[in-house]
Write a new protein. Structure first.
Length: 495
C-alpha cells in the first residue's frame, strides 16, 4: 500500500555567521514534527540547508578577508554539523551554491520571463542588508543621526540601480482569493490575519535582481545582474526535490514550511505568488513561530546576545535542550531564554517526574520480580484509569500536534507521568511485597511498566535519544509506531 506523503522544511539558514540557538529552535521544532509524522506512518521528506548568496553573505566574507565561496563552505559546514549534533532526521541538506539549485533557479527565471512576469527597469529605494529586503517608506523610522532605520533596526542603504522586476501587483487579487479558500495556509490564525491585511493594502512590483554586487546566481542572458537572494532562496524547496532526489512529483506541494515570524512575508506573500505565476501548486501551510529573546530583545548575532546551541547540547544533552525549547513557550509565541529556566525545567520535569518514575519502577521490578514483567491480575477502577490513560491521552496529543502545539502535547503526556507517580505512592509496592500480596503486586507493577512503555511511545518525537534507551531497558524494539500503542500486553513479550 502507498504510504501517505509528507513534505516538511526548515528555512535555509544564512551563512553570514555561525548558528545560534534561534536557528537550532526552528530545526528542532521541524524535526520533532517530522518524527511525529513518521511515527504516524507517513512517508516523510524533511529538507533543510543553507542560504548562501546575497549582499549580507558577501559583506561577511569581505569582513573576514576571505574568498566568498570559501567562506560559505566554512559556515555552511557549521550548520551541517549542527544537524548532526541536534540528531535531525533530515533527508537531505541543500546549499544554494550547489549546481543543482543554480540550474533550477535559472530554469525558473526563464519560465517567468517566457510568461511575461518579468520586465527590466530601475530600482530606487531603501534596502535592508540584514533582512535582504526592499523596505517601503511606511516601514522606515529615522534615528537621531538622521539614519533611515528598517523594521529589524538596521541602518538602511539607499540603492539606485538597473533591476528586473516581477509583476507582483497583478497577483494581489488572485492571492487574496487563494487566502480566502485556504484559511489554514498561514498559521497561527493571528498571522493569517496579519498577512491578509498586508496584501489587502496593495502590492508593488518586486525588484528581483541586483547589479551593485555579484555574489549570486547570474540572470540568464544578462550576467551583469544577479538574481535577488529571496527569489533564489525560496526555490530551494523545489530544487532539493527536483534536482536532487527526483521526488518533486511525489512530495510537492510541501505540507508545511516552518519559519520564524520575521520571514513570514516572504513565505506567505511572495512565495505563493511566484508559484501561482509558474502554475505550480502552493504549499498547504506556512507556520510562523516566535522568537527567543534575551531580556526582551530578539536573540541575534547583530545584537551580540546569542547562545551557542553546541554549548547547550554538550552541557545538558540534546533531548534536554529540545524538550526545554518545545515545552517552555507555546509554538508561535516569543519567549525569554535563560539557562536557569532550562536547568529548572530539566530537573523538575525530566529528572524528577519522568526519570524518577522509571528508576523507581524498574528497580522494584528487578527487586521483586527479577526483572520479569508479571501478569496482570484483577483490576479495580483506579487501575483501569491508569491502564487506559495513554491511549486516551494520545487522542489529545494528536489534537495538539495538528496545531503544532508542542508544549500542549507535552503537558498532556505529563498528566500520565504525574498520575503514574501518584499511583506508586498510593499503591506502595514495597508494602505489598512485605505483606506478600503477590497478586496485587503483580497488577501494580504490570500497570506501571505498561504506563512507562506507552508514555515512552508518545515521547519518541520529543526525546528521541532517551526514548530509545528506555525501550532498551524495557527490552522492546527501538522505535514503535503510534498505532501500536493500543496493543495490550496481557503477557509481556520481549523483542
Ligand atoms: N535565509 C533566510 C531564510 C530563507 S528560507 C527560503 C533566513 N535565514 S536566518 O538564518 O536568518 O534565519 C533562519 C531561521 O532562524 C528563521 O526561521 C528565523 O526566524 C530563525 N531565527 C533566527 N533568530 C531567531 C530567534 N532569536 N528566535 C527564534 N528563531 C529565530 O531568514
Amino acid at each position: 500500500m502507498n504510504k501517505k506523503k509528507f513534505y516538511i522544511t526548515t528555512p535555509i539558514y544564512y551563512v553570514n555567521d555561525k548558528p545560534h540557538l534561534g536557528h537550532a529552535y526552528t530545526s528542532l521544532a521541524t524535526d520533532t514534527y517530522a518524527r511525529y509524522k513518521k511515527l504516524n506512518k507517513y512517508e516523510v521528506f524533511f529538507a533543510t540547508g543553507t542560504d548562501e548568496h546575497g549582499q549580507k553573505v558577501e559583506d561577511a566574507a569581505k569582513k573576514k578577508n576571505m574568498n566568498t565561496y570559501e567562506f560559505t563552505n566554512l559556515v555552511s559546514e557549521r550548520f551541517k554539523q549542527l544537524t548532526k549534533k541536534l540528531e535531525l532526521i533530515n533527508n537531505d541538506f541543500i546549499r544554494t551554491t550547489e549546481e543543482r539549485h543554480k540550474k533550477n533557479v535559472s530554469k525558473i527565471w526563464k519560465k517567468l520571463l517566457d510568461k511575461n512576469e518579468i520586465y527590466l527597469g530601475e530600482y530606487e529605494g531603501w534596502y535592508s542588508i540584514r533582512d535582504e529586503s526592499f523596505i517601503s517608506e511606511n516601514e522606515i523610522t529615522i534615528d537621531k543621526n538622521n539614519n533611515r532605520i528598517g523594521p529589524s533596526k538596521d541602518i538602511l542603504k539607499k540603492i539606485k540601480e538597473p533591476s528586473y522586476f516581477f509583476r507582483l501587483s497583478k497577483w494581489q487579487k488572485p492571492l487574496l482569493e487563494f487566502y480566502k479558500k485556504h484559511e489554514d495556509f498561514v498559521k497561527p490564525r493571528s498571522r493569517y490575519n496579519e498577512v491578509k491585511k498586508f496584501v489587502e493594502n496593495g502590492l508593488e512590483d518586486l525588484s528581483i535582481s541586483r547589479t551593485s554586487f555579484s555574489w549570486g546566481i547570474k540572470v540568464p542572458d544578462n550576467t551583469t545582474h544577479v538574481i535577488y537572494v529571496w527569489l533564489d532562496a525560496l526555490f530551494n524547496y523545489i530544487s532539493i526535490l527536483d534536482e536532487g532526489n527526483n521526488k518533486s512529483n511525489v512530495f510537492w506541494p510541501a505540507d508545511i514550511h516552518i519559519v520564524g515570524k520575521d520571514i513570514l512575508r516572504f513565505h506567505a506573500v511572495y512565495w505563493p505568488i511566484f508559484l501561482l505565476a509558474l502554475e505550480y501548486e502552493i504549499p498547504k501551510t506556512i507556520f510562523a513561530h516566535g522568537w527567543w529573546t534575551i531580556n526582551g530583545e530578539k536573540m541575534s548575532k547583530s545584537l551580540g546576545n546569542v547562545i551557542d546551541p553546541n554549548y547547550l547540547v554538550d552541557t545538558y544533552g540534546v533531548d534536554q535542550v529540545r524538550y526545554f525549547m518545545l515545552k517552555e513557550i507555546p509554538f508561535g509565541e516569543d519567549g525569554n531564554f535563560s539557562e536557569d529556566l532550562l536547568v529548572n525545567r530539566i530537573n523538575s520535569e525530566l529528572s524528577n517526574d519522568y526519570g524518577n518514575l522509571i528508576q523507581r519502577v524498574l528497580s522494584m521490578l528487578q527487586k521483586y520480580k527479577e526483572g520479569v514483567v508479571p501478569e496482570l491480575e484483577s483490576i479495580n477502577e483506579l487501575d483501569k484509569l491508569l491502564l487506559n490513560m495513554p491511549e486516551n491521552i494520545f487522542k489529545l496529543v494528536e489534537k495538539s500536534m495538528n496545531n503544532l502545539q508542542f508544549n500542549q502535547a507535552l503537558e498532556n503526556i505529563w498528566q500520565i507521568i504525574r498520575k503514574a507517580n501518584a499511583y506508586v505512592d498510593t499503591n506502595k509496592p514495597w508494602e505489598l511485597s512485605k505483606e506478600k500480596n503477590s497478586s496485587r503486586l503483580n497488577t501494580v507493577l504490570y500497570i506501571l511498566i505498561n504506563t512507562i512503555y506507552k508514555t515512552n511511545i508518545l515521547l519518541q518525537p520529543f526525546l528521541p535519544s532517551s526514548s530509545k534507551k528506555i525501550f532498551k531497558l524495557l527490552k522492546q524494539k527501538e522505535e514503535i509506531k503510534f498505532n501500536e500503542i493500543s496493543k495490550k500486553h496481557r503477557s509481556w513479550t520481549y523483542f
